[in-house]
Design a protein around this ligand. Structure first.
Ligand SMILES: *[C@@H]1O[C@H](CO)[C@@H](O)[C@H](O)[C@H]1NC(C)=O
Ligand SMILES: *[C@@H]1O[C@H](CO)[C@@H](O)[C@H](O)[C@H]1NC(C)=O
Length: 505
């Protein structure tokens, strides 16, 4: 359709001049004919349609007929050229379509997105598609670049990019896919590998980091576990590396199987709406704090330079809260955590605990407003007995009831996401979804990648970003207004929280 229109435009622009040439040509022919009729009545014997012939005198009708024939022949050529052009443009469009891996090649993601429940059955439940891992994956730099970088360099520059700090241990092909999905030359990707990860996984990540300048791999590795040990230090070490990279104004902390579900342009827009506020889940500290340690900034050696710090703050006990280790921090917050503060002792003390030791890190700095981390929040809502939601991550906690999950599968009390969650993922305001396991369902990963590709490179808008949601989050309003003496903290959001919405869609 599009190429037709463009061709017609081209044709229109050319038409008046062609007609002018035609009339000029006709006029010249007429002069020529008149000249021969008047000056040279004799025949040369060689047939020439423009030369008058005594036995077959040329007529005006004959000239017109010949010209019409010629025009018809030219039109045939023009039609052929136009068809070639359309074929070429179609091929370019095909090149712009997302290429899925073979095992998911037959999946019609668009049909699932549009809500075709019968079709969904053919790729879910017992028909669920797992990844078929490629042991022979070409890890040359050329091959890595070919898989990750977008075809052509048709990414628009960003006002502000994003940094990703991710702790990984498995499923390299999915990790690489995630870099592809969020790839932009201005974005940075930091990886901390779990020491226990297999050697092939290590080698592949090293190859990716050696190939792409904005992929950073931490040199030191520690073991992470489900109790959260060493998670905070891995994220913190990524922050230390990332702060030296320009181009980003928010960092997002992630784990292996968290999938970013907003395009690079959408992330840029959402973070602009957050306007410097950190996005961190806040729930009450759950009695995990070990009081045999001291938790005041002085004992924690938290400030690199204590001389400007208020004594009451320096010697007072910090405040604590709990929440997901994932979240979004402004660049100013990261700069503070790394350059103004030194959080090593704080992190070490928590790391000596037993369970959920990673869930009090960003939360506690977020609610300890006295410490002055940029983009912080307050403990005001906790004091009112209210939790504060965050939008960075979606996970569905279902204790025991796997039927409440889209995929009807639950692991460690969180739904495993399957292709049944695709519509939810496309519609919800969250920036990442937890969790997707490639050996459980890979169609959800590939369809998500296609969705982001369509939004980024084909300009498709399947769901408009909910501007009101992001701008009116409690932490965002607090950040924007808390220095105003008339500001009143309202811990109930004005919008319908994602966690209170229908699931699955
Ligand atoms: C992506 O765009 C292509 C081309 O318009 C379309 O066929 C496909 O269904 C789209 N996929 C999704 C997930 O929107
Ligand atoms: C420490 O902070 C004080 C007061 O803010 C400042 O005057 C001093 O130069 C700082 N010292 C260093 C080493 O940065």
């Amino acid at each position: 359709m599009r190429s037709k229109v463009r061709y017609q435009l081209l044709d229109q622009a050319g038409a008046p001049r062609n007609f002018r040439l035609l009339w000029l040509f006709l006029f010249l022919v007429a002069c020529f004919v008149a000249y021969f009729l008047l000056s040279s009545p004799s025949s040369s014997g060689v047939f020439n349609p423009l030369k008058p012939d005594a036995r077959n005198p040329i007529t005006y009708e004959q000239v017109m007929k010949d010209l019409r024939n010629e025009i018809d022949q030219r039109n045939v050529i023009i039609n052929e050229l136009q068809q070639d052009l359309e074929k070429m443009e179609l091929k370019n469009d095909l090149k712009n379509l997302y290429r899925r891996r073979p095992e998911t090649d037959h999946v019609d993601c668009g049909r699932i997105l549009s809500g075709d429940k019968n079709y969904l059955e053919s790729v879910s439940g017992k028909n669920r598609i797992k990844i078929v891992e490629n042991d022979q994956l070409d890890m040359s730099c050329a091959a890595i670049m070919n898989r990750i970088l977008p075809p052509g360099s048709n990414l628009k520059p960003l006002k502000n990019g994003v940094a990703f700090a991710r702790i990984v241990y498995a499923d390299y092909e999915m990790i690489e896919k995630q870099v592809q999905m969020s790839y932009h030359p201005q974005n940075s990707f930091c990886f901390a590998i779990d020491k226990k990860a297999p050697s092939q996984f290590h080698e592949r990540l090293r190859a990716m980091a050696a190939c792409l300048p904005n992929v950073l791999l931490l040199p030191d590795e520690e073991s992470v576990d489900s109790a959260g040990h060493n998670i905070n230090s891995a994220h913190y070490n990524c922050m230390r590396v990332l702060i030296n990279k320009p181009g980003w104004n928010y960092v997002i902390l992630l784990q292996n199987h968290d999938l970013i579900t907003k395009s690079v342009y959408e992330l840029e827009q959402v973070y602009e709406w957050l306007g410097g506020a950190n996005d961190v889940e806040i729930t009450p500290e759950a009695g995990r704090l070990d009081n045999k340690f001291k938790w005041d900034p002085k004992s924690l050696k938290m400030f690199r330079n204590e001389s400007g710090i208020n004594e009451v703050v320096l010697n007072g006990k910090m405040k604590f809260a709990k929440g997901a280790a994932q979240g979004s921090l402004s660049r100013a917050a990261v700069d503070w955590m790394v350059r103004t503060a030194d959080l090593t002792t704080y992190i070490d003390q928590w790391n000596k605990g037993g369970f959920g030791v990673d869930e009090q890190f960003i939360q506690s700095f977020q609610v300890s407003s006295d410490l002055g981390m940029p983009g912080h929040f307050t403990d005001g809502c906790l004091k009112q007995g209210k939790k504060t939601d965050f939008v960075s991550r979606m996970s569905q906690w279902k204790y025991g009831d796997s039927n409440a999950c889209g995929s009807k599968t639950v692991r460690h009390a969180i739904c495993l996401l399957g292709i049944e969650d695709f519509r939810t993922l496309a519609a919800y305001p969250n920036l990442m979804f937890n969790k997707m396991i490639p050996s459980f369902d890979y169609a959800i990963v590939e369809c998500s990648a296609e969705l982001l590709h369509n939004r980024t490179f084909l300009g498709q808008e399947d769901h408009k970003l909910e501007e009101d949601y992001y701008k009116n989050m409690i932490n965002v309003l607090y950040h924007k207004n808390h220095l105003d003496p008339n500001f009143k903290l309202d811990c109930t959001p004005s919008y319908k929280k994602w966690s209170a919405r229908d699931y699955p869609l």
